[in-house]
Design a protein. Structure first.
Length: 351
C-alpha cells in the first residue's frame, strides 16, 4: 500500500475540514471527470483521497496527471467499495468524509450545499443529496435511500422524473455514491461492513446510525450526476444482482431489531419471492438466486454480526419502523420518501 504526497498543500488556509474519498476500479475516463469536478468545488476540501483497488486500465494514472492535488492510496488488490472507503477513512484527516463514486460528477456547489445543510442540522452526522442520471436530463438516479417495511431497501426515485424543488428532510439512509458523513460517527460505528464488499453497505451504515439513535438527512439542492455501476457492468449485471440479493438479506438479518424482525420476517420472505418472480420474467433470476444462497450459507456470520449490532442499539423497533415506509406502492414504484425531521440528540452529532 502506497500513499503518494499530494502535489498541492491540502492544509492551505480556506480549505473546508472535509476529506473526499473516491474508490476506483477500472473506472476509465469517468475518474478524471469525477476528480476534476471535486477539485473545482466552490468550497475547497482539505484533501481528495483516491483509493485505487488495483486498476489495470490506466485510469488512476491519467486522472492524477490531469487533476493536481489528489492523494493516491494504492490498495494493492480489489478490496471492494466498503473496504476501500474504510482504508481511505483511516488515512483521512478531515472532520467530515465526503464519499463520491468515480462515475459521479458533482456540481460546483455540491460540497458547499452539503456543508450548509450540516450547519443547519448540527445534531445530524450523515447527509445525502440529489443524484441525477448522467446523460438523461430530468431523470433521477436517487434522492435518499428508502427502507420498506418488509426490509427491502431501494434508492428513492431511481429512474423516475426529477420532481424539482423538494424540501430537505430525513431519509432512511444516504446513498454511498455521493454522501457526507462525520468522520467521528463513521469511526464510532466501525465504518462500512466489509463483508458486504459493495452494494447495501450504505443502507447498513444508515441503519446502524438509526439503531444508535441518529438519523440521515437529504439535501436536495446538493446535486451530482451519476452514471451508476459503470465499472461493474450496470445495475442489472450479474455482479450487481448477486451482491444486491446477498447483501439485502444480510442487512435484514443483521440490523432489524428483534420485535420488528419477527413481525416482518414473513413480509421479507414474501417480498423477496415476488421480486424473484419479476426477475425470472426478465431473465435475471439466476444471479439473484446465487446471491440468496450465498446469504443463507453465510447465516452464522450474519447472526454473529447481528448480536454485535443489536447489543449496542438504543432505538426501539417502533422508532425504526417509523423511519420506514409501510406503503407497498412506494417500494413497487421506487417513490421518494423524505420525512419531516424529528428532534433528536443521539448519534450523529459530534462524537
Amino acid at each position: 500500500m502506497a500513499r503518494d504526497a499530494a502535489k498541492d498543500n491540502p492544509d492551505a488556509p480556506g480549505a473546508a475540514p472535509v476529506s473526499v474519498i473516491v474508490v476506483a476500479w477500472q473506472s476509465g475516463g469517468d475518474l478524471t471527470r469525477c476528480l476534476a469536478a471535486l477539485a473545482a468545488q466552490t468550497v475547497r476540501p482539505l484533501e481528495i483521497l483516491l483509493v485505487d483497488n488495483a486498476s489495470t486500465d490506466g485510469a488512476p494514472e491519467a486522472a492524477l496527471q490531469a487533476v493536481p492535488g489528489v492523494t493516491l492510496i494504492a490498495a494493492g488488490a480489489n478490496l471492494g467499495f466498503a473496504a476501500g472507503v474504510n482504508l481511505g477513512a483511516r488515512q483521512a484527516r478531515g472532520e467530515w468524509l465526503a464519499l463520491v463514486n468515480p462515475d459521479a460528477f458533482a456540481a460546483p456547489d455540491w460540497l458547499e450545499r452539503l456543508l450548509a445543510g450540516a450547519a443547519r442540522s448540527p445534531q445530524v452526522g450523515c447527509f445525502g443529496c440529489r443524484q441525477a442520471m448522467a446523460g438523461e436530463a430530468g431523470r433521477l438516479d436517487g434522492l435518499g435511500d428508502v427502507m420498506s417495511l418488509p426490509g427491502i431497501p431501494y434508492r428513492g426515485g431511481y429512474g423516475l422524473a426529477d420532481p424539482g424543488p423538494v424540501e430537505e428532510g430525513e431519509c432512511f439512509s444516504a446513498c454511498g455514491g455521493a454522501m457526507l458523513v462525520r468522520r467521528s460517527l463513521f469511526e464510532a460505528l466501525g465504518g462500512f461492513d466489509e463483508e458486504l464488499f459493495m452494494y447495501c453497505e450504505d443502507v447498513d451504515l444508515g441503519y446502524r446510525i438509526r439503531l444508535a439513535g441518529g438519523a440521515c438527512r437529504v439535501i436536495p439542492d446538493a446535486v451530482v450526476e451519476h452514471r451508476g455501476s459503470a465499472s461493474t457492468g450496470g445495475a442489472g449485471s450479474d455482479f450487481a444482482s448477486f451482491h444486491g440479493a446477498r447483501n439485502r438479506i444480510r442487512v435484514f438479518i443483521k440490523d432489524t431489531p428483534p420485535v420488528l424482525f419477527w413481525l416482518t420476517l414473513p413480509l421479507h420472505v414474501l417480498a423477496t419471492a415476488v421480486l424473484f418472480l419479476r426477475l425470472a420474467g426478465q431473465g435475471r433470476l439466476a444471479p439473484n438466486l446465487r446471491g440468496a444462497r450465498a446469504a443463507l450459507s453465510g447465516l452464522p456470520a450474519a447472526l454473529a454480526a447481528r448480536r454485535r449490532t443489536q447489543a449496542t442499539r438504543t432505538a426501539t423497533s417502533w422508532e425504526i419502523a417509523r423511519a420506514m415506509t409501510c406503503n407497498p406502492l412506494d417500494l413497487l414504484g421506487r417513490r421518494v420518501v423524505i420525512r419531516r425531521p424529528r428532534r433528536r440528540s443521539g448519534a450523529g452529532s459530534a462524537a
